[in-house]
Structures are given as structure tokens and as C-alpha cells.
Design a protein around this ligand. Structure first.
Ligand code: ZN
Ligand code: ZN
Length: 459
């Protein structure tokens, strides 16, 4: 190596050592202060669910929630607080009634799925075609479905990792479109949930290209099992009235707030949750607690001094109805260098493990995370981080992720039901979440390693 090259190499080395005014964080102290004393996550969750209530995407309530978020984030001292708008189709709930007709005439409890079509004001009356699983509907010939009210069941159970939602949730996500292509008059599903309250679980369904939406609704678990018992006794006929409406396009938005870093070349750490909720409860666990925990953690880092990397908190809009906020953010910020993206959208129960997909050059970050998180009961998993709907579009561009996985044992008892309310939040577990996120941010935002990209996974 020539002397000139050596000089250049040492200059490059000097450049790679941060010469910035970043704060050296005491990670265990920050973690334990949050664990024992955070009040901000509760304050945000309580405020948003009390002062705004339900926040269905594209409604006036979601707009009020955005204004609330801007005011809150500004008061907390975040920089660059602003709303970025985009457009999406609007869907609003109408009437919803179901009743068995004939000798066992009785009412059933239902809730329309997001994007459901309408039966029209007169409703539909038809025989029921019962499919114990989505696969049974897939295998059924069209003549077994045509003109019928299709009822799709499933056998989801509660698990710590919540993974059965992905599997059994197909009945909701894809079942109605499949039934419509086979000529069904309407669709009922067993709620994608694990509780026996007489509360149906709503949630979005999507229609394949060219498929005309039909009425699609969820039965509460007790009602779904009632229908199954009736079906064992003989043919069942139902009368259904489901009248939601699509109301054109509306302008929506993401709320963005930064904790500016000292080294702009080190990239952005993107965190957040979603601001919108379903319209049945007040969206405490889905996802007020997600925006609250991530915001509280970023605030604790801000108060401890300037980080090396910019921490960006996004309160995403319109996640529930199709991930519009996440897509809009990724598009609008494609030219910025994100080095890590992670979201919280799984309630407020304790974090029990974590996963990463950091590039090899930054693997030591995961080792430091393991050390910092073990004392609060969080184990390192061998799995890879996969993110969620909101940061998914950013991750698919090749940005690394970290998943702090929360316990899902209670989550699907309340998810997307009228029972998703503040009283379901356990303040002790909420603080453990803030502690985990604060420790994670302290490590990641200040990591001296260059966090490079990972292989992109988008189509
Ligand atoms: Zn959510
Ligand atoms: Zn949700």
C-alpha cells in the first residue's frame, strides 16, 4: 500500500468514527427508569381513546385524531411534526342484522367486515351452505354455493406468538371473495377471535379484481357455534341485512415526528403504530397503545440527549382498511436513507422475545439488544424479523427490521371488537413495553456500526 493510500485509508477510518455530539446513553438506567416510572404511554393511550374514541379510517374522527396527535407530539418537543396526506376509498358501516328463519327462528349477532358489500335495504333470505374451513369452500363446486349464504368456520386458538391469526384469518381475508366468485348471495364467517363474549370481530376483507363485493359479516363465536349446532339438526335458512356503503375517496394522512440525530449520514430509525382503529371499540390495544409505547420510548431518548441517528415516529393512518398509510409513507420517503424500521401493532401485553434481520455488518447490535433485554424477560429468538403492515413497504425495499414480540395470549379476545377499550391495558405490562423500546432505541439509534441494507423482498 502506498503512503497516499494509507493516508486515504486512515482518513476514511477517522471518518467512520463518529465525531458527533451524540449522547452516550446508559442503557440499563434508561430501561429501568421506563420500567418503573413511565407514565407517558398510559397518558397517550388514555387521552386518544377517551378524547377521540373510535377512529375509523377516512372518517371525521380519524381527522380529529390526527389533529390530536400533532398537538401532543408538538407539546412533547418532537421536531418536524406534520401531517402528510393521501387518498383512499371510504367504507362506512350500515345496518346489520341476521336471523334464523323457520322452526328455530332466532336472532344472531353479526358485524359487517370492512369492505363488505350490501344486501340492499330489503336484505337477502337464503339457505346456508356450511364450510368447516376455508379449504372446504375452496374445494366446493360452484353449485354447492350459488345463491346460498355461505358460512365459513375455523378452529383458531390463542397462542403466545399470535401466529394462528395468519392461518385462520384467511377465512376473513379471502373467504368472501372466493364465495362471491362461486355465486354466493352473502357470506358469514366465524369471527377471527378467541373469546366467548357475544361480540363479533370485524376486520378487513378484500375482493379479487373484477369480483363484485357481496355482503360479508362476522358472527360472534357463541353465534357461530349456535349455527353449527343448528346445522347438525338439519338445513338452516337465514335472513340477512347488511348495508354498509362505499363513499368515494377521501383525503387521509400520516402524522410524522422526529427526534433529529447528530449524524445525518447514519440514516433514520423508523418506528410507530397506527392511528386509525375499527369503529366498534375505542382501539386501545389496536393500536393506541402502539403509537403510545413507541412515542414514549422516543421521548425518553430525546430527554436523555441527542442520538446519533434520527428517530422518526409515525402515527400511520388507515392501516386497518388496507395499509394505505404505510404504502403512502414508503412512496413519499423513498429517497431518504432508512436503516431500520419497526412497528408495534399487537396490543400492550409484555414483550417476550425479539427477532432481527440485521445485515452481517450490524450483527453485534443484536448481541447488545440481547444483553439489554434479558433482565426484563425478553429472550432472543432464532427467527427473523418481518415487521407488519405499516413499515412492511419500507422493509420490502431492503431496510433491516427488529420485532419486539408481545404476548398474544389475550390479544384476539378483544381484537376488532367493542371490547377493545382502555381497561384491557395492564399498566405494568405497558411499562415493560416502553422499557424494551427505550433500550432498543438507545442501542440502535447510537450504534457505531453502519447499518447497511438487507436483500429487498418486494416483487
Ligand atoms: Zn392494528
Ligand atoms: Zn387491527
Amino acid at each position: 500500500m502506498t503512503k497516499r493510500l494509507l493516508l486515504a485509508a486512515s482518513a476514511a477510518l477517522a471518518l467512520s468514527v463518529p465525531a458527533f455530539a451524540q449522547t452516550a446513553y446508559d442503557v440499563p438506567a434508561l430501561r429501568d427508569a421506563a420500567l418503573n416510572g413511565d407514565t407517558l404511554a398510559w397518558d397517550i393511550t388514555e387521552g386518544l381513546t377517551t378524547e377521540i374514541g373510535q377512529r375509523l379510517a377516512a372518517t371525521e374522527a380519524e381527522g380529529r385524531a390526527r389533529a390530536w396527535a400533532v398537538k401532543k407530539l408538538t407539546a412533547l418537543g418532537f421536531k418536524n411534526v406534520h401531517i402528510e396526506t393521501y387518498k383512499m376509498p371510504v367504507w362506512v358501516r350500515g345496518e346489520e342484522k341476521a336471523e334464523v328463519v323457520g322452526p328455530s327462528a332466532q336472532k344472531l349477532t353479526i358485524a359487517a367486515l370492512g369492505n363488505s358489500g350490501s344486501t340492499g335495504p330489503k336484505g337477502v333470505e337464503a339457505d346456508v351452505a356450511y364450510f368447516p374451513t376455508l379449504a372446504d369452500l375452496q374445494a366446493a363446486p360452484a353449485e354447492a354455493v350459488k345463491g346460498k349464504i355461505v358460512f365459513i368456520s375455523h378452529a383458531m386458538t390463542a397462542t403466545q406468538d399470535g401466529s394462528q391469526y395468519g392461518v385462520f384469518g384467511g377465512a376473513r381475508r379471502a373467504g368472501p371473495s372466493l364465495a362471491a366468485t362461486k355465486g354466493a348471495a352473502a357470506v358469514l364467517i366465524r369471527s377471527i377471535g378467541t373469546d366467548y363474549h357475544r361480540n363479533p370481530h370485524t376486520g378487513v376483507t378484500s375482493w379479487a379484481d373484477g369480483v363484485k363485493p357481496i355482503a360479508a359479516a362476522a358472527l360472534s363465536l357463541p353465534d357461530a357455534e349456535q349455527l353449527e349446532r343448528l346445522f347438525k339438526r338439519g338445513p338452516v335458512r337465514l335472513k340477512l341485512l347488511v348495508t354498509p356503503q362505499f363513499k368515494g375517496e377521501a383525503e387521509l394522512g400520516n402524522v410524522i415526528a422526529d427526534v433529529p440525530g447528530s449524524d445525518p449520514s447514519a440514516g433514520i430509525v423508523l418506528i410507530g403504530g397506527h392511528l386509525d382503529s375499527w369503529d366498534l371499540g375505542t382501539g386501545a390495544i389496536d393500536d393506541a397503545s402502539g403509537v403510545a409505547i413507541t412515542t414514549a420510548a422516543a421521548k425518553h431518548i430525546m430527554d436523555a440527549g441527542q442520538p446519533r441517528r434520527t428517530i422518526r415516529v409515525v402515527w400511520f393512518g388507515a392501516e386497518e382498511v388496507g395499509g394505505f398509510g404505510g404504502e403512502a409513507y414508503a412512496k413519499a420517503h423513498a429517497n431518504e436513507r432508512h436503516v431500520l424500521a419497526t412497528e408495534l401493532d399487537f396490543g400492550a401485553d409484555r414483550v417476550w422475545n425479539f427477532e432481527t434481520n440485521l445485515p452481517d455488518s450490524a450483527k453485534a447490535i443484536a448481541d447488545r439488544l440481547a444483553t439489554a433485554l434479558a433482565p426484563i424477560g425478553i429472550a432472543r429468538s432464532r427467527g427473523a424479523a418481518h415487521g407488519g403492515t405499516d413499515v412492511g413497504p419500507v422493509l420490502r425495499n431492503g431496510v433491516a427490521g427488529i420485532d419486539l414480540s408481545q404476548s398474544g395470549l389475550r390479544y384476539f379476545d378483544y381484537h376488532h371488537t367493542p371490547d377493545d377499550t382502555l381497561d384491557k391495558i395492564d399498566p405494568v405490562q405497558l411499562r415493560q413495553n416502553v422499557a424494551a423500546w427505550t433500550a432498543m432505541l438507545a442501542i440502535v439509534a447510537n450504534a457505531p456500526e453502519d447499518i447497511g441494507s438487507v436483500p429487498a423482498t418486494h416483487e
